[in-house]
Design a protein around this ligand. Structure first.
Ligand code: NAP
Length: 276
């Protein structure tokens, strides 16, 4: 088993995830894994870094597929005895003018952004080693969508006692409410992406609390962040930040020094803790 530190970035064949891997290849003192659901897109991305003189390893990972997540988990356990840095970056968004029915958009978006990310956390968090870092890439849209929720929902999503099961129940309810065209009546905002990212931010707050309760002595720091508005296939060419600039806050959180006792359980943008 290797004692070399290891970092894993989900959805990193392009966009912000690829830029996070590029930065980690330069700054992380260990093996960096670029992961992608499609092996050929992943290998092409590794080759692109190679051409820049950087070395990333590749492992397949589709966060929608529990078998794929477990295969990565078993690989990390066997080869490294765990992992040191996990960046949950993989995500999807329907384009604003997409005509797919809203209920379908809600189901598909929540499936990857919330349920897929949660499944990765369920399988990989127990493997994170002492002094490890976990970064969940959320969005400022989670904050604006929170503001668009009913007072009752806002209170639940800001609660310091909400459990992961309760959060899963709420995310499931959102999808069900969209199918009955009742989501607005039930206090939800009209954004599937926004609700999925509320899920990611609140999940991060819950997971950080659980780490405090169960693994306090391990000094693991877990946070959610927004990369900013970044020029990728998701956000388009008019966005203000380059992918490398978008990677800055996630990389800052992934590389917090081992003597740092925070941030932990926070939502950050531009390396600054934001009020949730
Ligand atoms: P992007 O260019 O569309 O890249 C998304 C990445 O996620 C791709 O590598 C994609 O793989 C991967 N992915 C999607 N579904 C996956 C799955 N089921 N399993 C594994 N990988 C999957 O988007 P981006 O702009 O870089 O976004 C990265 C993250 O930042 C997302 O979580 C996004 O919500 C967040 N974010 C972006 C912005 C922005 O302005 N761009 C702003 C706020 C937050 P494929 O190539 O196979 O599709």
């Amino acid at each position: 088993m290797s004692n070399v530190p290891v970092a894993v970035v989900t959805g990193s064949n392009k966009g912000i995830g690829f830029a996070i891997v590029r930065a980690l290849c330069k700054q992380f003192p260990g093996d960096v894994y670029l992961t992608a659901r499609d092996p050929s897109r992943g290998q092409d991305a590794v080759a692109k870094l190679q051409a820049e003189g950087l070395h990333a390893f590749f492992h397949q990972l589709d966060i929608d597929d529990l078998q794929s997540i477990r295969a990565l988990r078993d690989f990390l356990k066997e080869k490294y005895g765990g992992l040191n840095v996990l960046v949950n970056n993989a995500g999807i968004a329907f384009k604003v003018h997409d005509t797919t029915p809203f209920a379908v958009q809600a189901e598909v978006t929540l499936k990857t952004n919330f349920f897929g990310t949660r499944n990765v956390c369920t399988e990989l968090l127990p493997l994170v080693k002492p002094y490890g870092k976990v970064v969940n890439v959320s969005s400022m849209v989670s904050s604006s969508a929170l503001g668009g929720c009913s007072q009752e929902l806002q209170q639940k999503f800001r609660s310091d006692t909400i459990t992961e099961d309760e959060l899963v129940e709420l995310m499931t309810k959102f999808v069900e409410d969209t199918k009955k065209s009742m989501h607005e009546k039930e206090g939800w905002p009209n954004t599937a992406y926004g609700v999925s990212k509320i899920g990611v931010t609140v999940l991060s707050r819950i997971q950080a609390r659980m780490l405090n309760e169960t693994r306090k002595g391990d000094h693991i720091l877990l946070n959610a962040c927004c990369p900013g508005w970044v020029r990728t296939d998701m956000a388009g060419p008019k966005a203000t930040k380059s992918p490398d600039e978008g990677a800055e806050t996630p990389v800052y959180l992934a590389l917090l020094p081992s003597d740092a006792d925070g941030p932990h359980g926070q939502f950050l943008s531009n390396k600054t803790v934001r009020t949730w």
